[in-house]
Design a protein. Structure first.
Length: 343
């Protein structure tokens, strides 16, 4: 429930609902700050709107109003002569700051994502994606046709799932494996975290060519580039053979059941006898228990067309694909590892 931060009392139900409905006001304000690059422009010290209206191509009095609002949100702080400086929260909004907040805000607040969300009623009426309705193409096809957006989205995933890789690496013993295949592993953020924690295994990073093109820099920055082979292709056609463990991190939730079964079938064909399949997703708790995956499930509906699942639904899906679910391992993040073996 929503609490009044000033008095510590619970707000009336109607106020809570109105605040939920108006939450997009804040998201649009913070998106504007990210789009204008205000944190970068304030990186070397306080400035006022008159000094920033030129670089941002904005109207100075109106920009002042935005900055005043950002100060009320704790992103900026107002000093003398109507000059504003970054707070620690605002520092995180700089380009390339740890956590990729700016890239995440720019992705999730973009026109193409918002247009898909405008079609949520269509998705609820038909079970089809708002993305298809708004742009006449699936989500991943859109990214393939817009490489700048694809690059931004890869950075977004690093930021959005930032707490997960170290939590996954710590929650599961990867040391017995010789070769770990990260299927749809994007730029290798998860694989790098696992290899950094476990010195023995080597990795194969597999994803579409336009996605893995940015992986070498990330792998080098994590000090694991020499232990990773990069291969490109579509997991709907085949995946690299001979791995001891196959990672599917935030892959299965993106696709419909038939597509999931194709991906899982290709992993089944490729893996060694005795190998492990590790699906990394937000496994939903039953009942009314709050969980971020329950909101993310609506994102999956509207944008790529997939879904989040409870444990029994993963077990059923894996059984159809010729696997047997052996355990669901929680981590110190919102995701769990769904471990499976060949049936």
């Amino acid at each position: 429930m929503t609490a009044n931060q000033t008095t510590g009392t619970t707000l009336p139900a109607h106020v809570q609902l109105i605040q939920m409905g108006n939450a997009y006001w804040i998201s649009r304000i913070v998106y504007a700050a990210a789009k204008l690059g205000l944190a970068d422009l304030l990186a070397d010290g306080p400035k006022n709107a008159a000094e920033l209206c030129g670089p941002t191509h904005t109207h100075a009095p109106t920009l002042h109003r935005l900055m005043r609002t950002l100060a009320s949100l704790g992103i900026l702080t107002e000093q003398d002569a109507q000059r504003f400086a970054l707070t620690p929260l605002g520092e995180a909004l700089k380009t390339n700051a740890p956590g990729s907040a700016r890239a995440t805000l720019l992705s999730f607040g973009s026109e193409w994502i918002n247009a898909a969300w405008d079609e949520i009623m269509y998705s609820l009426e038909t079970g089809q994606t708002g993305m298809q309705k708004a742009w006449n193409m699936p989500f991943f096809e859109y990214l393939a046709q817009h490489p700048d957006m694809a690059s931004l989205f890869s950075e977004t995933m690093v930021g959005f799932h930032g707490a997960e890789p170290p939590a996954i690496a710590a929650a599961y013993d990867f040391s017995p494996f010789e070769t770990i295949v990260d299927v749809g592993g994007a730029t290798g953020n998860l694989l790098a975290a696992i290899l950094a924690q476990h010195a023995g295994p080597r990795g194969i990073l597999f994803d579409m060519p336009h996605v893995v093109s940015e992986a070498p820099a990330l792998l080098k920055a994590h000090g694991v580039a020499e232990r990773v082979s990069i291969e490109s292709g579509s997991f709907f056609e085949a995946v690299p053979a001979g791995g001891d463990a196959y990672l599917l991190s935030h892959i299965i939730h993106d696709w419909n059941e038939d597509q999931c079964l194709t991906i899982l079938s290709n992993c089944r064909k490729a893996m060694k006898p005795g190998g492990r399949l590790l699906i990394i997703e937000m496994v939903l708790p039953a009942g009314d228990t709050p969980h971020p995956g329950k909101v993310l499930d609506m994102v999956m509906l509207v944008i790529p067309g997939g879904q989040e699942r409870i444990e029994s639904e993963y077990a059923a899906l894996l059984e159809k694909a010729g696997f047997r679910l052996t355990s669901v391992i929680p981590t110190d993040s919102a995701v769990s590892l769904v471990e499976a073996v060949l049936a």
